[in-house]
Design a protein around this ligand. Structure first.
Ligand code: PEP
Ligand code: MG
Length: 548
């Protein structure tokens, strides 16, 4: 007798023949297409068919396991209507001129990767759902009907993993139990399994081969074990034990938002700040209009050596593809000060915040800068990437950046490597940049005000020193005047200005920022909806009058 342990999804004992279920993996090839519109039409037809299939599954589940548990198929239908998912697919088809299968597979992989790397359990479970809907679409695009579990006799289904749609297609009368190698306790599959009263185990490391397939098995959902090929005595014991019970559980859904517009019609862009590709799921979850600050230095900080152009390219491309047509502002590395990276081998400094950091490193180590720029320009062919340069103090720096950028573009062109034309903006983080913002605005596409550093440099307060908290006034009129000045300079030159420092999320200032005409606030994803609420409730003209 072989014994394997897993996590129990549902109690009870099942005894019967084991049937190993092998997925019919969808093979996806990347092929060039000529006509993006007709490929999109193919995709949209597949989506329509998918929604219809899910409706049938919903109806079946409704009869068998009740409304609450059938809801998963409604959620899947909603996922197929999801703008982020569909825009990502569309963007890949259009920008890469590739087949719908490839666009769906890439989007499915990107999204499920993001969800599975999240801290939130609920969101992690959604990775399986994204995979499930993507596989459904691939099956439809490939002209197959999708996986169908065939069980001619009562069996214990053993599989690598089971998607919810596969679980519900099991004929309850013929399936005694299921046991999977992967899967998680709170997946919809597990929930469905519980309500279907099928003893089930997940996370069971058993081989999916002939040592298991066709053998007699006993699944004990009470102690999370499956016994393969049990001896007579044990079988008798388990047969004796075979009288048990059930329970249920339920999940929820997500909400999606509205336009960020005030009562008197002023719009503002609400973007998200991220430090890692893993943050993307919360960005989508919170309905961000884009990414206003991707702190790319974290890619450097997480490693023991310089990230290669290819590594960076893959990361930036994934973000661009995932955000589809939404703007993704990636800040070039802002190493130095509090963000130290050993392999940069920087000398110890007396005043690191006033020292060798950010753009100063990039301009003096052009090989490091160029590697990142190449990755960014290449990735911008896959979405709406914008590049932002930190810690600017002079027009001269901006001109030097532009020279390096031109060199990078020339090299890429000569090498026949595809690249896009990203917008390029700068961070306004120093009083110097504020005071010459009228000049700087002539050279860039946008401004993003880094109030964390701007406050530190304006008030001469080390942002790292908690002892100075009582002197640190984030609402200091000097800082607010500077923000207003930067916005004015930007608008005079016809460019936009946003805030990506922490102050942008300060709800006490949202109306003030609106009255200054701030075009964008980039904040941590969780702050987006609270700010949206204030925006929706604000009448900017009345607010201005009330302040006089
Ligand atoms: C800032 O200075 O406000 C900013 C957004 O950059 P960081 O906090 O990464 O220095
Ligand atoms: Mg900063």
């Amino acid at each position: 007798m072989q014994i394997y342990s897993g996590k129990s999804v549902f109690g009870g004992i099942a005894i019967g023949k084991i049937s190993v279920y092998r997925k019919d993996e969808q093979q996806v090839k990347r092929t060039r297409i000529e006509d993006a519109d007709s490929e999109l039409a193919r995709y949209n037809q597949a989506r329509k068919d998918g929604i219809e299939q899910l409706q049938q599954l919903y109806d079946k589940a409704l009869k068998e396991v009740g409304e609450a548990n059938a809801a998963i198929f409604e959620i899947h239908q909603m996922m197929l209507e999801d703008d982020d998912y569909n825009e990502s697919v569309e963007n890949i088809i259009r920008t890469q001129m590739v087949n719908a299968e490839y666009a769906v597979a890439t989007t499915g992989d990107n999204f499920s990767h993001i969800f599975s790397s999240m801290d939130d359990d609920y969101m992690r479970e959604r990775a399986a759902d994204v995979k499930d809907i993507s596989e459904r679409l691939l099956a439809i695009l490939n002209g197959s009907s999708g996986n169908q579990i065939q069980a001619g006799e009562k069996v214990i289904i053993v599989a690598d993993d089971l998607a919810p749609s596969e679980t519900v297609q099991l004929d309850k009368d013929l399936v005694l139990s299921f046991v999977t190698v992967h899967g998680s306790l709170n997946s919809h599959t597990a929930i469905l399994a519980r309500t279907m009263s099928i003893p089930a185990l997940i996370g069971t490391s058993l081989p999916l081969d002939d040592t298991v397939d066709g053998k007699l098995g006993i699944v004990d959902g009470m102690n999370g074990k499956i016994y393969v090929d049990p001896d007579e005595a044990f079988l008798e014991e388990m047969l004796e034990k075979q009288r048990q019970e059930q329970e249920k559980k339920q999940l929820l859904q997500t909400l999606k938002g509205r336009e960020n517009i005030t009562l008197d019609g002023q719009k503002i862009m609400l973007y998200a700040n991220i430090g890692n590709i893993k943050d993307l799921a919360t960005v989508l979850q919170n309905d961000a209009g884009g990414i206003g600050l991707f702190r790319s230095e974290f890619i450097y900080l997480e490693r023991d050596d310089y990230p290669s152009e290819e590594e960076q390219f893959q990361i930036y491309k994934t973000v661009a593809e995932t955000m589809a047509s939404k703007r993704v502002i990636i800040r070039t590395l802002d190493i130095g000060a509090d963000k130290q990276c050993d392999y940069f081998e920087m000398e110890k400094e007396e005043n690191p915040a006033l020292g060798y950091r950010a753009i100063r490193i990039c301009l003096t180590r052009p090989e490091v800068f160029k590697t990142q720029l190449r990755a960014l320009f290449r990735a911008s062919a896959y979405g709406k990437i914008a590049i932002m340069y930190p810690m600017i103090t002079s027009v001269r720096e901006v001109c030097r950046i532009q020279e390096i950028v031109e060199e990078v573009k020339k090299e890429l062109l000569q090498q026949g490597i595809e690249f896009g034309e990203p917008e390029q903006g700068i961070m306004i983080e120093t009083p110097a940049a504020v005071l010459i913002s009228d000049e700087l605005a002539k050279h860039v596409d946008f401004f993003s005000i880094g109030t964390n550093d701007l406050t530190q440099y304006t008030l001469a307060i080390d942002r790292q020193n908690t002892k100075l908290d009582e002197f640190y006034d984030p609402h200091h009129p000097a800082v607010l005047k500077m923000i207003a000045m930067v916005v004015e300079s930007a608008h005079r030159e016809g460019i936009w200005a946003g805030i990506c420092g922490e102050l942008g999320a300060d709800l006490e200032l949202t109306q003030e920022f609106l009255s200054m005409g701030v075009d964008e606030l980039s904040v941590s994803p969780g702050s987006i909806l609270p700010i949206r609420k204030v925006v929706l409730e604000t009448n900017v003209e009345e607010y201005k009058k009330s302040r006089k």
